[in-house]
Design a protein around this ligand. Structure first.
Ligand code: SAM
Ligand code: MD0
Ligand code: SF4
Length: 434
């Protein structure tokens, strides 16, 4: 990473974390004055304490709890019970997750983040995984209302990269220390309308010939036989995000697309032995209940990796004027996701605001860093096409100091491959049972 940028980020972090906390405080209403007085406490030192997982988590019967009990309403108390249960390895049910989602108390919320970090620690130790991102074709035939790359947008960069070049970049990413490469495209009309699925299969083969790390594909909805060929060509993962599991909302986001068709592609990919990543967008008109519903829909689907990503408004798209959600919404959703999906992978994406909220996402129980992009490669991100890419902020070198400052470490290649192999075995055993 360039030295000047590193310095700039380091100097800015204190401000960024403080403003993130301020957003949190602004969110509250009746408790406003209490929260204001707590502001100082809940800036840098608290966030750092959460990152290092040494925040006191109030548990029933602990001295902290006894002291505070008088101050709790019955509802507040139940948040602590839910958290305590999750720490014993018992994930919240839907009603309990909803209770956590509605929680506006600052102390309870920070306890939730601390618990999510602790659950990650129990299940994965202090190791995180790194995902490289190669957006190899930005052409798309679809019209998603939230997306920069929708068919008719003339503002976004369109390119199609040569498979050899992509394979070489994947190799470089592997050398730089990433554990997985995510091969992503828009629904490129040449492949999707022209039925040239063979081009995609060839690309995966070319990458597989050059790397031994895991391969994820994010190519949009595909017929089952193509998913099978991708698996045979060496892909391990299929990422396809529903964005929401509220059908009505879905129809306003993924315009003209079939809700069931998208869900079906994921279950077919799973049957072909691919691991699935499912995801939701935050700040696109969903309610708290929708967020919780998505967390549980991901469970029913049997996704091995689950994500929640804040919406970023895109120039030239119908949702251009809509604001991003406050980072606290992402933190809460990620933390609840971690308590519910205790042993699943969960990314903190650099595609939302590069390194700005990165540590806060790690502090909410994430254990994957996604959207690492080779600088000066001419490749784009999705929600943030360019932010931080050529400055090297979205590189292994760029993120490692922030991971370490959070008390975490980059995992070994071997441990990631082991996780993936075990997960594939478990998935296949489960499908043989049902
Ligand atoms: N075209 C494929 C598809 O839609 O499945 C894969 C690439 S698509 C660009 C990957 C994901 O990026 C989307 O599913 C969505 O979750 C996310 N994304 C797109 N636009 C976004 C935005 N404006 N803000 C946040 N996330 C966004
Ligand atoms: C990310 N920019 O990880 C990527 C992208 C697609 N599978 C992932 C949204 O944030
Ligand atoms: Fe195309 Fe994917 Fe963007 Fe939708 S989200 S417009 S399918 S690139």
């Amino acid at each position: 990473m360039s030295g000047t940028w590193a310095l700039k980020i380091a100097n800015n972090l204190q401000y960024e974390v403080a403003s993130a906390s301020k957003q949190f405080v602004n969110e509250s209403d009746s408790e406003q004055s209490k929260l204001n007085s707590l502001m100082d406490e809940y800036t840098i030192p608290t966030v750092q304490a959460i990152l290092k997982e040494d925040v006191k988590i109030p548990c029933a019967g602990s001295p902290w709890q006894t002291r505070q009990r008088a101050a709790f309403t019955r509802a507040e108390y139940s948040v602590k019970r839910i958290i305590e249960k999750a720490l014993r390895g018992l994930p919240p049910n839907k009603k309990e997750a909803m209770r956590l989602m509605q929680c506006r108390d600052i102390e309870d919320s920070f306890s939730l983040f601390a618990a999510a970090s602790r659950v990650r620690g129990t299940r994965f130790g202090n190791r995180v995984f790194l995902y490289g991102f190669l957006y190899f074709s930005t052409y798309c035939r679809k019209m998603c209302s939230f997306c920069f790359y929708r068919k008719v947008n003339t503002e976004c960069p369109r390119y199609r990269k040569d498979p050899d070049e992509v394979a070489e970049m994947a190799r470089e990413l592997e050398k730089s220390g990433v554990h997985l490469v995510d091969l992503t495209m828009g629904e490129d009309p040449i492949i999707h309308d022209g039925k040239r699925y063979d081009l995609l299969v060839k690309l995966v083969k070319a990458v597989r010939d050059r790397v031994s790390m895991s391969i994820m594909v994010s190519p949009g909805v595909l017929p089952r036989k193509v998913l099978k060929s991708l698996k045979e060509a060496g892909a391990d993962w299929y990422a396809l995000y529903q964005e929401t599991h509220n059908r009505k909302l879905f129809s306003t986001l993924r315009l003209g697309q079939g809700y069931d068709e998208r869900m079906k592609a994921k279950s077919e990919a799973k049957k072909e032995g691919l691991l699935i990543e499912e995801g939701m967008l935050l700040g696109v008109g969903e309610s708290n209940e929708d967020r919780v519903d998505s967390i549980f829909a991901m469970k029913r689907l049997g996704a091995s990796q689950v994500r929640a990503m804040g919406f970023i408004p895109q120039k030239g798209s119908p949702m251009e004027g809509r604001e991003s959600p406050p980072i606290i919404d992402e933190m809460k959703t990620l933390a609840i996701m971690r308590l519910v999906h205790q042993d699943r992978l969960m990314p903190a994406s650099l595609d939302i605001d590069a390194l700005k909220g990165f540590e806060l996402r790690l502090a909410s129980g994430s254990n994957v860093v996604s959207s690492i992009i080779p600088p000066n490669s001419g490749l784009a991100g999705v929600a943030q096409a360019h932010l931080g890419v050529d400055e090297g902020l979205r590189s292994v070198e760029g993120v490692t100091p922030f991971i370490e400052r959070s008390g975490l470490q980059v995992a070994s290649q071997k441990s990631y491959l082991r996780w993936v192999d075990e997960e594939k075995e478990l998935q296949s055993a489960r499908s043989n049972h049902s």
